[in-house]
Ligand binder design. Sequence first.
Ligand SMILES: [Fe+2]
Ligand SMILES: [Fe+2]
Length: 238
Amino acid sequence: MSIRSFVQGIYDQQIDELTGSREFKAIELGKATRQEYDAFIGNVIATHLNSPQYLAFLYSVAPPAARDRLKHNMLEELGLEEETGVSHPDLLRRLADGAGLTGQLPKFEQQAEERLRDVASKRLLYGTLKEGGLSAMCEINAFEYMLSRVSGSIATALEQHRKLDHDTLLWFTHHSVVDVQHAEEGFQSIDDFVEYYEFSVEDAQTIVEMSLRENAYIKRYFGDISQGRAAGMLRDDP
Ligand SMILES: [Fe+2]
Ligand SMILES: [Fe+2]
């Protein structure tokens, strides 16, 4: 089995856990409270506010074959890829403003900083930078892959049930389009990374499994209510 299909299999399973969770269904079907919608929006903002920095780390360890791809992805996050581009953190600030959560932005920014510190500290678990790099690549691509599949329906749900307008929801609708390509490129970059840094298949799979052990989608978007494979317990249906 290639690393790509191994990674994708775990992503697919975790996306099913996310979209099958009671919390996600409540957001999608208009059954969440206003407070729950706002907590979800805040978690999305805190999770992604430092996205350019995560991409910059990947760029710094990119193998030659993936360098251009990761550079374009990083510049896109920064809003520098097109002349009229807006940085993705600014799209998240627009989301906070449009949702009436401007006053909570400092809190979201602080949470984003805490998550960055948490993620950067976790890398110390690995013995080498190449291992940490592969781990980061799997985790970051996990979100691009998930967003390419799920962010369109999140935007629709927030438009219908939280009455947010198109401009406010641009971060979601933008990622439902651009992350289709980014996710595809991300898989290619993972393969390039494994090849260039001469991982054995077994070692690469072990790092992927360790990195994706818990369901980061549920953990980041819905807090500590549920983690990893325990997500099945949140399903409405038996
Ligand atoms: Fe982005
Ligand atoms: Fe992206």
